[in-house]
Design a binder for this molecule. Structure first.
Ligand code: F6R
Length: 602
């Protein structure tokens, strides 16, 4: 807000943030006791076209949003801002308890989003006599989940109030003008002086200044900083590559994908999954179809689903599926995994499965994409847009969605007790902090990447759920560093691949955790075998696993997690390694040669 036309400034800022989400956009301004807004599905250019036809009044205050859909398809109605009475609101994040809050209102909502309820809650408060900031103090603590909310009130046109919990919010301080955004990239052309708002804080903004309080209205501390990145670095939040930024976003992406999946009795509820429990009980076979990284996520899912649900589960490359005349029918549940939701091979496989009468559940990161639209049901991952061509947070959030689906099937089919499911969910909820611990050791990984950057070939070994993690580690290295990298099941070594072992060949080994001692012992024996033949072993094993450590030339400690969940932590250093190798070799990490982000041709 400030001297310029605030609507224009907001649209310019949204364009800077378009890389974060680009399925719809909108702007709202307070004008003469009412709110005016423009919003459009699709890229921001559609919003600009709309504003060109129906210009917004010039005002000193405006709010806007570019959306990456979580609840509700990317349509005009679901775009933000959401307006209720005097209030307009934009929201980033997920309001987990939106359904119960919505039930408090006897009015028809204009959208299917979780966000709109925040506009109604705030409007009810201001209609009852509260100021906008008082309204925010009343509403914000009632919202569960993750949110940044920014609101305006038509009757307080020179004021913006924002609140944050578990979602980013930064304030830009210009001369007589202020900016609020989820990312400094939005306002860096106007000011580089910024304030980072803390957890559970509310900021109130007028042209005269700003005040920061906690949800109780007490003055709160905040951090001021000066941005010295250029614009392209700002979009990447100071990281050199989108991929690296996305690797570091994984604690949040995994946490977001877990949000809102349990009811108050602790039962799993997968709201988006519109397949009736009776139908899921009739299923006698599961077939997972996907490509590339998503296929490896599916591979882990096979181990988890068969163990938890006791249904035969196949995992198949989507490109192979329909050409081999697969045996699928009305009792087969097909799970299609795709980050983009546009992969042609996966789409064709889905069509083929549905023609045979199978039900298809999509696991997808892109709301409203073709694959979820053509499936019977969808479970969305909440990774946010993935810009780097090589999938990272896409993979870990797919894993989480697969685990949730497996546990849900176990629940509806009575294969696990509620407390057993709750224990695994609790373990999943602990994963973001374990992933963070892995990220905190990035420098060790980078040092090894420097040491190994001239090597022409590397091997990756794993067993059980560690096998797909090894395959994914090898894929990351192939696609980014353009070197020969192969993943093998460690048990296969003696059946051929051991012939590849030569002096100094780097061999990465993912060791199963304690508790799977038979498996673990065998993998340790494999490490000794390759080391005896001169390989340089990089061992990813539990921190306390002294035997694994003793067999390692380089040891990367993993936290103690159960075997099925271990890929969530084991993959982190492998992603970092590939990213760093490629960087040190001078490659374009975000756009590796010959690759496209979504492969829309077979
Ligand atoms: C590898 C990678 C690809 C994709 C594959 C499927 O880093 O990104 O292997 O995983 O093309 O893409 P989606 O998940 O969009 O169907």
């Amino acid at each position: 807000m400030g001297a310029r036309s605030a609507g224009d400034v907001v649209v310019a800022g949204l364009k800077r943030l378009e890389y974060r989400g680009y399925d719809s956009a909108g702007v709202a301004v307070p004008v003469e006791d009412r709110i005016e807004w423009r919003k459009k599905a699709g890229k921001i250019v559609h919003l600009e076209d709309e504003i060109a036809v129906r210009p917004l009044p010039e005002t000193g205050t405006a709010i806007g949003h570019t959306r990456w859909a979580t609840h509700g398809a990317p349509t005009d109605a679901n775009s933000h801002p959401h307006v209720a009475g005097r209030i307009a609101v934009v929201h980033n994040g997920i309001i987990e308890n939106f359904a119960s809050l919505r039930a408090e209102f006897d009015v028809e909502f204009a959208s299917e989003t979780d966000s709109e309820v925040a506009a109604h809650l705030l409007n009810r408060e201001v209609a009852g006599g509260a100021t906008l900031v008082e309204a925010m103090r009343a509403v914000a603590p009632r919202l569960e989940g993750a949110f940044t909310l920014v609101a305006i009130d038509a009757l307080e046109p020179g004021r913006i109030v924002a609140a944050r919990r578990n979602s980013p919010l930064v304030l830009g301080q210009g001369e007589g003008e202020y900016f609020l955004a989820s990312d400094v990239a939005a306002f860096i052309e106007f000011t580089r002086d910024a304030v980072e708002l803390g957890q559970d804080q509310i900021v109130e903004l007028t042209t005269d200044g700003f005040t920061v309080t906690d949800f109780d209205g007490q003055p709160a501390e905040y951090t001021q900083f000066h941005v010295d990145w250029d614009l392209s670095a700002a979009e990447k939040q100071g990281f050199d590559w989108f991929m690296r930024k996305e690797i570091f976003e994984q604690p949040r992406a995994v946490a977001d994908t877990l949000l809102g999946r349990q009811n108050h009795h602790g039962e799993l509820v997968l709201d988006e999954l519109h397949i009736r429990p009776e139908e899921l009980r009739r299923v006698n076979k599961i077939v997972i179809i996907a490509c590339g990284t998503a296929y490896y996520a599916g591979f882990v899912a096979k181990y988890a689903i068969e163990h938890w649900v006791r249904i035969p589960c196949e995992v198949e490359l989507a490109s192979e599926f329909r050409y081999r005349d697969p045996i699928v029918d009305a009792q087969t549940l097909v799970v299609a995994i795709s980050q983009s939701g546009e992969t042609a091979d996966t789409l064709m496989a889905i069509r083929h499965a549905r023609e045979q009468g199978s039900k298809v559940i999509a696991i997808c990161n892109t709301n409203g994409a073709t694959i979820p639209r053509e499936s019977d049901a969808v479970l969305y991952t909440h990774a946010g847009p993935e810009i780097g061509v090589a999938s990272t947070k896409g993979f870990t959030t797919q894993l989480v969605a697969c685990y949730l689906l497996g546990l849900y099937l176990a629940q509806v089919r009575g294969m696990k007790y509620g407390d057993e499911i709750a224990a695994i969910i609790a373990e999943l909820e602990g994963m973001p902090s374990f992933i963070q611990r892995m990220l905190d050791r990035a420098e060790d990984v980078y040092a090894l990447a420097d040491e190994l950057k001239e090597r022409p070939s590397m091997l990756f070994l794993g067993r059980h759920a560690g096998y797909p993690a090894a395959l994914e580690g090898a894929l990351k290295l192939k696609e980014l560093a353009y070197i020969h990298a192969e993943g093998f099941a460690a048990g296969e070594l003696k059946h051929g691949p051991i012939a590849l072992i030569s002096q100094d060949l780097p061999v990465f080994v993912v060791v199963p955790p304690a508790g799977r001692d038979q498996l673990r012992d065998k993998v340790i024996a494999n490490i000794a075998e390759v080391r005896a033949r001169g390989a340089h072993t990089i061992v990813l094993a539990e921190e306390r696993d002294e035997q694994a450590r003793a067999n390692a030339d380089t040891f990367w400690p993993l936290p103690h997690v159960s075997t099925l969940l271990q890929p969530l932590v084991a993959i982190i250093p492998l992603q970092l390694f590939a990213c760093e190798m490629a960087t040190r070799m001078g490659h374009d990490v975000d756009q590796p040669r010959n690759l496209a982000k979504s492969v829309t041709v077979e």
